[in-house]
Write a protein that binds this ligand. Structure first.
Ligand SMILES: [Zn+2]
Length: 277
């Protein structure tokens, strides 16, 4: 009975790690001999837990740094977006978007993001492009939960730019750690897809995150956001950009056919843009 419970526990951990990191489940399997060795040597449950957490995290990190990039390049042709190497192009949150392997793309996608980041910094010195979810490292068709279209290394979500209302100064990234959910809703008189779609699901994340931070402290940095989206739209390799219609209108981007509405059933795009190559 104890053995069945142990196997069940491992399977749950492997499932969760695979769901959130793609590679973590395999690393957990590779870590099992060390797991049982630690179990034998330590009497205290607390110290066993600490030792196993440290040993697994170390193994996971080493695998992610040294093994995953060359294997991904070989298996799916994907490369990681820069984590610390490019001052102008960064993950919005290092743990969630990079350590969990959410930052793999085709090499031409990385090159395009590099160009946009360089272009944005040329216009606004010090401005950075913050990426959100991109793709897992391996297997075309394997989606990055919960986005079912992030599956082939050719899609990246990018954070919008924000500023403090009182000072007008830009802030680094969105006011919320994962950026998703901190939206810029339609103003009176603007096209309101929220009302047209009547889809409650689309506004759930928005309502939750706006309650967690001080929504009135920040507003959309329209100049930087416009330039960011314009640079992606003008990059020849970019196929499509998903953005809510009220922002396309407000930011004077209506001449770009690549910028589209995602439809009523998908998550809203006034907290980030979804770029497709
Ligand atoms: Zn997306």
């Amino acid at each position: 009975m104890q053995k069945i419970a142990a196997i069940g526990g491992h399977l749950i951990i492997i499932g969760l790690l695979t769901l959130f990191t793609q590679t973590g489940g395999v690393v957990w399997l590779a870590h099992l001999p060390l797991f049982y060795w630690i179990n034998k040597r330590n009497a205290s449950t607390f110290w066993r837990f600490v030792a196993k957490t440290v040993s697994f995290s170390t193994l996971y990190l080493l695998a992610n740094i040294f093994l995953v990039p060359p294997l991904a390049r070989w298996q799916s042709g994907r490369v990681p977006l820069p984590v610390f190497a490019n001052a102008n192009l960064k993950p919005h949150q290092v743990f969630y978007f990079a350590a969990l392997n959410h930052h793999y793309v085709r090499p031409e996608v990385k090159a395009s993001c590099d160009r946009v980041a360089k272009g944005l910094a040329a216009k606004f010195p010090g401005a950075q492009v913050f990426y959100l979810d991109a793709n897992f490292p391996f297997f075309d068709g394997y989606p990055l939960h919960p986005h079912f279209t992030h599956r082939n290394g050719t899609t990246v979500d990018i954070a919008l730019h924000w500023q403090e209302k009182a000072s007008g100064l830009p802030i680094a990234g969105a006011p919320f750690p994962l950026a998703y959910g901190f939206s810029e809703p339609p103003m009176p008189g603007e096209v309101d897809m929220e009302a047209k779609c009547q889809n409650k699901y689309r506004s759930i994340e928005y309502r939750i995150t706006k309650k967690l931070v001080e929504p009135d402290r920040y507003k959309l940095d329209e100049a930087r956001t416009r330039e960011l989206i314009k640079l992606f739209a003008e990059d020849k390799s970019v196929q499509k950009i998903l953005l809510e219609p009220h922002l396309k209108q407000r930011l004077d981007l209506t001449k770009y056919d690549k910028i589209r509405f995602q439809g009523c059933k998908a998550a809203r795009h006034d907290d980030h843009i979804h770029v497709i190559w």
